[in-house]
Design a binder for this molecule. Sequence first.
Ligand code: SF4
Length: 257
Amino acid sequence: MNLDKVNKLQHMGLGPVWVRRHVVAAGIAASTGSGAASDQALDTGSAIGADAVAARASNDQQDTALAAMDWDVLEASIRECTRCGLCEGRKHSVPGVGDRAARWLFVGEGPGRNEDLQGEPFVGPAGKLLDNMLRALDLARGKDTYIANIVKCRPVGTDGRDRPPTPDEVDACMPYLRRQIALIQPQVIIALGKTAAVSLLGLPADTALAGLRGEPRDFNGIPLVITYHPAYLLRQPTDKAKTWRDLCLAKHIIDGA
Ligand code: SF4
């Protein structure tokens, strides 16, 4: 392993991975491939009431206009959006950040508390790890990368803590991400965690992340690489090695494009 590669791995906190390979191997063998913390609690039990059905019908009517929006109108629409109930408790909606002509698009689940306060995705410890992941790829926030989320407003549980978005909230917000992807036209999309993966692939919320990793998927003709959410990696650092392999797969796609 050359020094450059060692440095890149250290940016991700992989440090002496060659020393701990047996630990990593044990982690791989034992892993069942769960996603971010919130992924584990992904709620599939949302009931759809009459108001939700009416709201969905209204949202469908808005989608045609949304699909033609430019960046400025799109971001303004996200900031003013009331398409789902997550608008009620937000401090800021979080459209995304980065290079609007990026080859790399990273997609997470949704804003957490810090993101809601600051209006930017992936701040705090998970954001710092994502920045290290970008640095390991010779990228940086805003440099050939765009970072977005499946939902643009913070999902909060009744206990005041972050929670995963419900399927209805995902359905309401996905048109914004679809428009962002159409505007960016990235060469690869990296889904960070299970919520991002199943939402982009249109799979049931209880689909296991482990079975989705390892080979490129497809999102409307764009290669989709699925990996772990940085928040999960903070709790399961042995899975950083698997994430590095996923990122190398994405880099291989970019290099061959
Ligand atoms: S989460 Fe998305 S759909 Fe819901 S209010 Fe926020 S921007 Fe609108």
